[in-house]
Design a protein around this ligand. Structure first.
Ligand code: GLC
Length: 447
């Protein structure tokens, strides 16, 4: 954790330095040959610079840079710079909070997580005052509602996410198995395939990879296990603390048995990209991840190209499959010196054409409903159509109910789960303590 805080501070310093020195723009080197440079010009005094703080998981950064370039092509006089921010949600939040604390105008547009509108709304403008009314009806209403606080649209939806099960079609065929429908089935199949592949000489092979590091990704994974076993959503939408129940306890104890058996010991230190590296190297039978991993898995350098598919996640013994709702939005800083242009950039980046590009090239799920009927999108990511219900029925984390304390709630939750996964506590004890912590944080009643 200390290392990450330090890293965030370093990032801020680097950014400040690069902005001061004017070297953050894409064009750094003057052309030495006298030939006209292909690179865009450095921002001149009159140019308006809009900085977009964005993610870099998978292909996100490249896709955002492409959109920035397209905006600049059509808008001379505006330079859009994309600031690469840390992968882990909590680290990214830490960086943003430093900018907010300083009321900094250095970042104009922020890529914000679906769980943050309630916690961060005071730092963003109301996009309805900047033309969002005209486009908001194209987006999934539930996400628009999520991004609306006291009638203010604090962010425009950009892409949505839901947890999926990635499975190896070749290996399920080899071992004569069908995609698992329950967690118990998944564990059995993972064990069989892992043993079989190791016996054939691949000692690195593992059954199941997922996101077990102590961070927001673990909250997402654990919520899926619990919700799929009728164990609720930590805190109910009505603001009641529900986490300490038998169905929740049962699932977390079960997940703890996976660590060091069907999943590597190191899974409790893994985030999305760690799991994807193992999976894409051909060394896992199953992976829990978000849709972005699909297009990368299908690239030529991927060992699993044409050898995998995606399905809904398995269900617990007492429930139905559940996928956590994820996704990212674009918000305009209240401290921006150019909120109008910043809002125009945000609305452009979240527009139909840009969401289409991101869906086709990066399998990032659109928030614009019509794109789920677009032939090019469905050809590139067929599961957008076949798993449409998974995306529209995904389970929300309790961010609206617990705002502005969601991050504290999630941190207490993933720490408790992490303790159980590491074998430090059993889930019954961990959740008994957790419900009291959650009461301190939120002041809510316990069920
Ligand atoms: C993905 C989701 C986001 C979630 C994060 C956790 O980026 O879109 O909502 O918080 O993963 O790692």
């Amino acid at each position: 954790m200390k290392k990450r805080t330090w890293l965030s501070m370093l990032l801020v310093l680097v950014l400040m330095f690069s902005l001061l020195a004017g070297c953050g723009s894409p064009a750094e080197e003057p052309a030495e040959t006298g030939e006209p440079s292909e690179e865009p010009a450095e921002p001149s005094e009159e140019d308006v610079v809009i900085t977009v703080a964005a993610g870099a998981v998978g292909q996100e950064l490249e896709l955002t840079q492409m959109a920035a370039q397209m905006y600049m092509d059509d808008n001379p006089g505006v330079v859009v710079e994309v600031l690469d921010t840390p992968d882990l949600a909590q680290d990214r939040l830490g960086l943003y909070l430093q900018f907010f604390e300083a009321q900094s105008s250095e970042v104009d547009v922020y890529q914000i997580d679906v769980i943050w509108p309630g916690d961060l709304e005071e730092h963003f403008v109301d996009l309805y005052e900047y033309g969002a009314e005209a486009v908001v009806g194209e987006h999934f209403p539930a996400i628009v509602e999520n991004n609306t606080v006291d009638g203010r649209l604090v962010a425009i939806p950009w892409f949505t996410d839901a947890g999926l099960l990635y499975y190896r079609t070749d290996l399920l065929e080899k071992y004569d198995l069908d995609p698992p429908e329950t967690w118990e089935e998944l564990a059995q199949q993972a064990q069989v395939i892992q043993q079989g592949e190791r016996d054939e000489g691949n000692q690195d092979f593992v059954g199941f990879v997922w996101q077990g590091d102590a961070y927001e990704g673990l909250t997402c994974n654990a919520l899926e296990w619990i919700a799929s076993n009728e164990g609720g959503t930590i805190i109910s939408p009505e603001g009641i603390i529900t986490i300490n129940n038998e169905n929740a306890v049962e699932m977390i104890d079960m997940a703890a048995t996976w660590v060091g058996t069907i999943s590597p010991e190191g899974v409790t230190g893994m985030a999305e990209e760690d799991a994807r590296a193992i999976w894409q190297g051909g060394n896992a039978a199953f992976m829990r991840n978000w849709p972005y991993a699909y297009s990368l898995g299908q690239e030529d350098d991927s060992a699993v190209k044409d050898r995998f598919d995606v399905s809904p996640l398995p269900a617990g013994a007492n429930g139905e499959p559940a996928a956590t709702l994820g996704g990212w939005q674009l918000a305009v800083s209240r401290y921006s010196e150019n909120p109008e242009i910043a809002a125009d950039v945000a609305l452009f980046m979240a527009s139909y054409d840009m969401q289409k590009m991101r869906a086709v090239d990066g399998s990032l799920n659109p928030t614009i409903m019509d794109l789920y009927e677009d032939d090019d999108v469905l050809e590139a990511a067929p599961f957008f159509g076949s798993l449409y219900d998974v995306f529209t029925n995904a389970v929300a984390r309790p961010s609206t109910a617990s705002a502005p304390n969601y991050n504290a709630v999630s941190t207490a939750f993933f720490r408790a789960v992490h303790d159980v996964l590491n074998g430090n506590l059993d889930a019954a004890t961990a959740f008994e303590e957790l419900e009291l912590d959650l009461q301190d944080i939120t002041g809510f009643d316990i069920e």
